[in-house]
Design a protein around this ligand. Structure first.
Ligand code: CAA
Length: 264
């Protein structure tokens, strides 16, 4: 597949098993239009189905933005019926979040506003540069978040802060985002990509099935009650106990050597 609005690199910059996906509309601050969505769906599906790729990183091109939101120019031409009948925004969750079972990281290099903040929050975790700025400014356009911002932001940082962000449309800097648990870590701007790729390479070096299982468990905590989540955790643990990688991982520990993973 040839992409026009994103770039995709497997085994990125020598990191074996790491796919780098870069939003590539820097002149529009990587605004998310329908073509970007279609290409991201393709890219994430290709990542998911390529057994050699074990962790992905999503970032934005240019110095200023991860993504400054859904494309306002595209949305300005649509009517309510178009949004409703097309179930606009639904594929971001149904096609990208739900179908990508392998881990992926958002490396936020600048503005992550509206749909950009929402896309970053779809990742398994966020690493932010010191220049990152998060926000849900949709209220300034007479609308509200549509790609999960009111839900994922509230679950990530709590009601009071999420409500303030949505109602004022203000931006949150990287330091506050880390303090509020929106991001896993903040790193110097120039180190962001290298740090994200290195983190992804660490994940890619782990037993692949266990990585998917760990992701599924943590997501269960995000999406279900404690009782249900604990059952999900125990069942997945019990399934992993039957895997070849469990036998290999425990043998490798006892024999004081590195494990060699089969991914099953
Ligand atoms: N959609 C389309 N184009 C956008 C865009 C967006 N979300 N954000 C920026 N751009 C374009 C600008 O129109 C401009 O294009 P032109 O050069 O052709 O005029 C270019 O990117 C550069 O932007 P600015 O000149 O505005 O750059 P700046 O540095 O002065 O300001 C900014 C940066 C504060 C991020 C500002 O661009 C901005 O406020 N952008 C919009 C942010 C926003 O409202 N996002 C939410 C969108 S709605 C949404 O996402 C709905 C949802 O929940 C899914």
């Amino acid at each position: 597949m040839t992409y026009e609005t994103i770039t995709v690199e497997t085994d990125a910059q020598g990191s074996k098993g790491v796919t780098l996906i870069t939003l590539n509309r820097p002149k529009a601050l990587n605004a998310l239009n329908s073509q970007v969505l279609d290409e991201l769906i393709e890219a994430f599906a290709a990542y998911q189905s390529d057994a050699s790729q074990l962790c992905a990183v999503l970032t934005g091109s240019g110095e200023k933005a991860f993504a400054a939101g859904a494309d306002i120019k595209e949305m300005s031409e649509k009517e309510a019926a178009d949004f409703y009948l097309d179930d606009f925004f639904a594929p971001w969750t149904s096609e990208i979040v739900k179908k990508t079972r392998k881990p992926w990281i958002a490396a936020v290099n600048g503005f992550a506003l509206g749909g950009g903040c929402e896309l970053a929050m779809m990742a398994d975790f966020i690493i932010a540069s010191e220049n990152a700025k998060f926000g849900q400014p949709e209220i300034n356009l007479g609308v509200a978040p549509g790609m999960g911002g009111s839900q994922r932001l509230t679950k990530a940082i709590g009601k009071s802060k999420a409500m303030e962000m949505c109602l004022t449309g203000r931006m949150m800097g990287a330091e506050e985002a880390e303090r509020s648990n929106l991001v896993a870590r903040v790193v110097p701007h120039d180190d962001l990509l290298a740090d994200a790729l290195k983190t992804a390479a660490t994940i890619a070096s782990k037993p692949p099935m266990a990585a998917i299982a760990n992701k599924e468990m943590v997501n269960a905590a995000f999406e279900t009650s404690l009782d249900q989540g604990l059952i999900v955790e125990r069942r997945i643990f019990q399934i992993l106990a039957a895997s070849e990688d469990k036998a290999e991982g425990m043998a490798a520990f006892v024999e004081k050597r590195e494990g060699k993973w089969k991914g099953r």
